[in-house]
Design a protein. Structure first.
Lengths: 251, 162
């Protein structure tokens, strides 16, 4: 029972990074310029590396034929536990950067807490990942400032992206049953405690970037329990294609 | 460092990072433990970055280097303690510089460099300090891309990871 909950919690942690990593991977060869192309795909690679660590642990709990690949690739849409935020399409560079920034700040806060987890595997993964995610936060924050406080056009595009994406951010902090269990048992962070810090960090950086948060704060909750947006089906169609078409395929 | 025979150390030194061929995995500091158990060497290696795609290749390379000498090696990937650039040896740092990759600096210099403060990292081509950061992610996740303002050559800087 305990192990089942831990398995679910590992999916919570891994799925956000995996779906965001997949979204960033879509930009490989298509980003605004060569340097950002390389940066975004490197961030994607970091995220997938971290996901491998979570899912190797998850596969071990599941036992039998389970592998990191089967955990990642062979679930149905409603079994994925990522948030609406990371499912959002790339649209334009402003969307990519704002989505990244909203997630990075959350990700860094969560990893900082996971380093104190009662679960040793999570501590090891978090200590490894935080070094990478610190760079992600630097990267996305710098771009938010540069574009927000940039030209009239870049500012307008950034403000539009903030207005559209902000409504998905609060879901990160709406604890599911599993996340509450993790907090209560000292395995994961108490999301309620992280929320004010998150709001403070996001607001102050946006202010520096001459951007403002819209009043509307919440779209809806439910992605974390499997009620995904339409985007998710398209993401999975591409993501799972090889494993579904050629089961057990290996590189 | 690992308390192994010269032969084993030489074998491990002969394996290099596939993305930085001049750098041995020993100088990289990613071999963490070697143990002989039932005629097989159990070797702990740790990734530089979580998503480092070189780890599988490095594991395979170690196994085949040992096989050539008629020895058996088993690879175990460990995450903790997390790798840091402090584990790169002096010889490793020199190989990096000779290869054209600036070796990691201290955390403070690194931060200044990556925040875009000019004149922090020496050009590996001409040695000039008159350089600028082009992108904080270079050809791999562990490197940032710089350019020299004097000789105009681009070069990689191995980011400090503490």
């Amino acid at each position: 029972m305990l192990q089942e909950k831990l398995y679910d919690y590992l999916l919570h942690l891994g799925d956000n990074s995996m779906i965001l990593g997949q979204r960033l991977g879509e930009l490989c060869g298509h980003a605004a310029e060569l340097e950002t192309d390389i940066a975004l795909t490197n961030i994607s690679l970091d995220l997938f590396g971290q996901v491998r660590n979570y899912f190797q642990a998850a596969a071990q709990i599941k036992g039998g034929d389970a592998t990191e690949d089967s955990v990642a690739m062979l679930r149905y849409e409603h079994e994925y536990k990522n948030t609406y935020l990371v499912e959002q399409p790339n649209e334009d560079f402003a969307h990519v950067i704002v989505r990244q920034f909203f997630f990075d700040v959350y990700h860094q806060l969560v990893l900082n807490e996971l380093m104190k987890s009662k679960n040793e595997t999570l501590v090891a993964i978090a200590k490894k990942s935080i070094k990478e995610v610190d760079y992600h936060v630097d990267f996305s924050s710098t771009w938010v400032k540069r574009l927000g406080d940039g030209t009239e056009e870049s500012h307008a595009k950034m403000q539009t992206a903030v207005n559209i994406l902000w409504r998905y951010s609060m879901e990160l902090f709406k604890a599911t049953e599993i996340e509450s269990w993790a907090a209560d048992s000292g395995v994961g962070p108490d999301l309620d405690q992280l929320k004010p810090i998150y709001l403070e960090r996001v607001t102050s950086l946006l202010q520096e970037a001459t951007l403002s948060l819209p009043e509307e704060t919440v779209f809806q909750y439910g992605a974390k329990t499997g009620m995904h947006s339409e985007n998710m089906g398209f993401i999975l169609a591409e993501f799972q294609y090889m494993q579904r078409a050629y089961p057990n395929m290996k590189w | 460092m690992l308390g192994v025979s010269t032969k084993i150390e030489e074998l491990l030194t002969s394996v290099s990072d596939p993305e930085i061929p001049v750098l041995s995995i020993m100088d990289m500091g990613i071999v963490r433990k070697v143990e002989l158990l039932d005629n097989a060497y159990l070797i702990d290696i740790t990734p530089t970055y979580s998503g480092c795609p070189a780890m599988d290749t490095i594991g395979d390379d170690i196994v085949s280097a040992f096989e050539k000498e008629g020895l058996k090696a088993k690879i175990n990937l460990v995450l903790a303690p997390a790798w840091t650039t402090d584990w790169i040896t002096e010889r490793g740092r020199k190989s990096l510089e000779d290869y054209g990759i600036a070796a990691p600096r201290t955390a403070e210099v690194d931060k200044a460099a990556l925040l875009g403060e000019a004149n922090t990292i020496n050009c590996t081509n001409c040695g000039s300090i008159n350089t600028k950061m082009v992108s904080r992610f270079g050809s791999t996740a562990c490197k940032a891309l710089f350019q020299c303002n004097d000789c105009h050559e681009p070069f990689d800087y191995f980011k400090c990871l503490k």
